[in-house]
Design a binder for this molecule. Structure first.
Ligand SMILES: *Cc1c(COP(=O)(O)O)cnc(C)c1O
Length: 388
């Protein structure tokens, strides 16, 4: 039998990191000691108090039943309270917050609630691949907004064709940004609200990295912008803040209609996040946050080693204010894929080619700060020997 996959899947490129993993494993099998700065997955374990609360909750039979579709009321209240403390955003937990099985799940399902076949969705480029993939899965059409260095890697809203803006159904933003590590301020968010209102566009904000700011930088939430709750939904996650990528716990907050639409889709396709994981999520959000401070300190040390090393090599790079990525220009005349291959085959250092995140990422590579400072220093030493 020949099982031809649906056209919507044929439109999707292979998932970026699968191909990089394959190349990494190939080089490793030749006996090379690999330093992996590829995938953005924290190398540190989840803090102990969060693990303990999961263990305790998992032993309670009350958590063994199907969870509530939209999430545990107490978890959603905890999220609303966190948004209040952290951003000064006032949310109604039960209508404006929903639990997700990781934010990727929510971002992937959201277009099914609001995008009709052929609808256009404005997505950044370079970007987390899920924004365009999920648009395709809803039979919509992603339209790329290039994030350029001269605009501080923010989309240039004025450069968007007015007819396209009128037509578009949604616009996706992601700050602090993966992969460019750029940040956005409230002025930018206010302009996004204005643009969304003028064009009747839904704003989808992916805020996974707001807690990973360095040198005292605290990223704002899109929902802080006046009027944001009329036009937008924000996706957030415990994955990066608390080293919980494997736990699959995230949340969406914002406009009640948008949250409700997502909830309607989810009620048909999944049955919610394990209650014990949500219990642990409450502890993560409500306990003393010194583990988050330590995490920021740790990445700051690694960042400083890597950025100084790359600068010494004459590469064009800025120390990021947030995220755990360093976005580095390739040496002049070298393409992203070739530079990534050179780093891997000649230095055993895994990076991610910028063009893998979209055409506008060409000319860059992304390094993740996911090895300790010593290993990072070793990576820098190896790069220095390449004579770039
Ligand atoms: C890591 C990441 C997320 C978080 O994904 P989860 O599904 O919550 O683990 C969301 N958006 C971006 C841009 C990311 O890099």
């Amino acid at each position: 039998m020949n099982f031809e996959r649906a056209q919507r899947l044929q439109k999707l490129p292979p998932y970026l990191f699968k191909e990089i993993d394959r190349l990494r494993d190939e080089v490793r099998s030749q006996g090379v000691d690999i330093i992996d700065l590829g995938v953005g997955d924290p190398d540190q374990p989840t803090p102990g108090h969060i693990i303990e609360s999961l263990a305790k909750a998992a032993a309670d039979p009350a958590t063994h039943k199907y969870p509530a579709y939209s999430g545990m009321d107490r978890f959603r209240k905890s999220v609303a309270a966190w948004y209040g403390r952290r951003f000064g955003v006032d949310l109604d937990a039960l209508s404006q917050v929903i639990t997700l099985i990781g934010s990727k799940e929510g971002i992937a399902h959201f277009p099914l609630a609001f995008v009709n076949p052929g609808d256009k969705v404005l997505v950044p480029s370079p970007a987390y691949p899920v924004y365009s993939a999920s648009t395709y899965m809803a039979d919509g059409e992603p339209v790329e907004m290039p994030l350029l260095k001269e605009n501080n890697f923010l989309p240039d809203l004025e450069a968007i064709d007015p007819a396209l803006a009128q037509e578009a159904k949604a616009l996706v933003i992601n700050y602090p940004n993966n992969p460019t590590a750029a940040v956005a301020d409230l002025d930018f968010y206010a302009k996004v609200v204005e643009f969304a209102k003028a064009n009747e566009i839904i704003v989808v904000s992916d805020a996974a990295y707001t807690e990973m700011g360095f040198d005292g930088y605290q990223a704002p939430s899109f929902l802080q912008a006046p009027g944001a709750l009329e036009v937008g939904i924000e996706f957030h996650s415990l994955s990066k803040t608390y080293n919980m990528t494997g736990w699959r716990l995230g949340m969406a907050a914002g406009n009640a209609e948008l949250v409700g639409g997502l909830g309607q889709v989810k009620s048909q396709v999944d049955s919610g996040a394990f209650d014990a994981v949500q219990e642990a999520g409450i502890i993560a959000l409500e306990a003393d946050q010194s583990c988050v401070d330590e995490m920021r300190q740790m990445y700051t040390g690694r960042r400083d080693v890597l950025v100084a090393g790359l600068k010494d090599l004459g590469l064009e790079v800025e120390p990021p204010q947030a995220t755990f990525y360093v976005w580095c220009a390739c040496p002049p005349g070298i393409k992203s894929a070739d530079f990534t291959m050179k780093l891997l085959s000649e230095a055993g250092v895994v990076s991610t080619p910028g063009n893998g995140f979209g055409d506008a990422g060409e000319g860059y590579v992304r390094f993740a700060l996911t090895v300790d400072q010593e290993r990072m220093a070793e990576a820098v030493e190896r790069l220095a020997k390449l004579g770039l």
